[in-house]
Write a protein that binds this ligand. Structure first.
Ligand code: THU
Length: 159
């Protein structure tokens, strides 16, 4: 038997250490939490993506009385961006969550299904997507979706 150990690098930044572009992206994700439709969980998630042309697109979670029919903020945002600007790569995504009257103190990390969709987008455009996960304590930053989803299944498996 041999063992494989995977290591993951996460940068933890104070908001003031982030660049202006990153601050704008995080601000867009925070602001998008205000427009979430989350009457069932009360967990308002906002996401914002930075396109290759510098434009920022934001979105949020959209829940449904038939719970599985709802969609997370990350997928709502990425699908909207890809549907509207199919030729624009996504360079970065920021995610924030508002719960119990404040932004979360733990960094908000994308669920498994969202990671898979983010990976597809990264592969589709052939550019690493930075993932900025906001919390009141700091911002977790990963340089690529591949770091968020090790041992992933992607398009290369189908070739
Ligand atoms: N949610 C997101 O939108 N993104 C995440 O990364 C985690 C969870 C949503 C789904 C659901 O509407 C609510 O948060 C509670 O799970």
């Amino acid at each position: 038997m041999r063992e494989i150990n995977l290591t993951t690098k996460i940068g933890v930044y104070l908001l003031e250490e982030c660049s202006d572009v990153e601050k704008n992206l995080i601000e867009a994700a925070k602001s998008a939490t205000k427009r979430a439709y989350a009457p069932y969980s009360g967990f308002n998630v906002g996401a914002a993506v930075l396109l290759g042309n510098g434009e920022i697109i934001s979105g949020n979670n959209q829940e449904n009385a038939a719970y599985p029919s709802g969609l997370c903020a990350e997928r709502t945002t990425v699908f909207f961006a890809n549907a509207s600007f199919p030729d624009q790569k996504i360079e970065a995504i920021a995610v924030a969550a508002w719960h119990n009257g404040r932004f979360t103190s733990d960094a908000i990390t994308p669920c498994g299904a969202c990671r898979q969709v983010l990976l597809e987008t990264e592969n589709r455009f052939g550019t690493a997507m930075r993932v900025l996960m906001y919390s009141e304590e700091g911002v977790y930053v990963m340089e690529s979706v591949k770091d968020l989803l090790p041992l992933s299944f992607g398009d290369e498996m189908l070739k």
